[in-house]
Design a protein around this ligand. Sequence first.
Ligand code: KG4
Ligand code: ZN
Length: 334
Amino acid sequence: MKVLGIESSCDETGVAAYCSEKGLLGHRVNSQIDLFTEYGGVIPEIAARDHSVKIIKLLEKLLSELNLSLENIDLIAYTVGPGLIGSLMVGETVAKTIAKTKNIEILPIHHLEGHILAPGLEDKDVPPPYLCLLVSGGHTQIIDCKSYGDYKIIGETIDDACGEAFDKVGKLLNLEYPGGPKVSKLADSGDSRRFKFPRALTKDRNYNFSFSGLKTSVLYTVNDSEESDYADIAASFQEAVIDVLAKKVTWALEDTGHQRLICSGGVAANKNLRERLQLLSAESNIEVLYPSLEFCTDNAAMIAYAGYIRKKFNLRNHQTNFARPRWPLGEFYA
Ligand code: KG4
Ligand code: ZN
């Protein structure tokens, strides 16, 4: 079985082909980051327009480099939500048009299921059960993954996403969007103990997050500081974020009994976060897995793979067949 994957939920246009026998045949991503540097964030209208301009060319390139034609495709899996409505509709229109004209089966995929299953995409199958820490520009969630198709968010942010906090702090420190990688680099030369930033929601044992107070606290500190203090601010901010992520994940692992942790999303690229999770792994005998960086961030390979898994295990179909911008994982089948 060959699956064509299509992803366009936010600011990455992705296409991919996955084969049930050979695994991932190939994928392509066009990131729109450069378009948004001057704005410091994603502008939905521009994102949708760029998907529309790029997606067909991207697909043609992928098919030609793989020597594949649409006639070879048995299933189309596309991201139906959650995400930006205009962006989602571009991928959906392409997916539905191909499916209709070529008479190919089509499966709508929940974007988060793509992230949750991403580790299985590469060399070996990684079936649930496991705990998933998803940390990106749009999400900060701890997900209890019991089996294929059975996912429960047990903790999430009540305000900003973790990557969003990195990006906002990047802006405060005069770093270019997206700030995450630059804040992290600046932090390398800073003292993480110099500023005591808040660790929100860590008194009670729950798995929720809040980063907006931390961001405000960084703002006040920046206002009272010189540029020579910025590396220390970046390091202290990063330490505060990682402390909270590690604490919540430790609790969630203890309480669910999972022996395996999947860490995914753009922030999973953070070196210090990985070091901290490594420590946790060594102390408690937990296996920590990361999808490769290219599959941590938004891509269509994980969507094609999710489609393959849904088909293989005959999972109940979503009743959502139209782009759905808001779609809590709690309403997975609604
Ligand atoms: O998953 P992703 O590529 O996209 C979406 O959220 O759509 O995640 C991007 C986020 C951005 O907020 C970016 O600043 C953050 O991940 N990020 C990082 C690092 N690399 C990317 N944050 C902290 N440290 C990093 N090394
Ligand atoms: Zn994503």
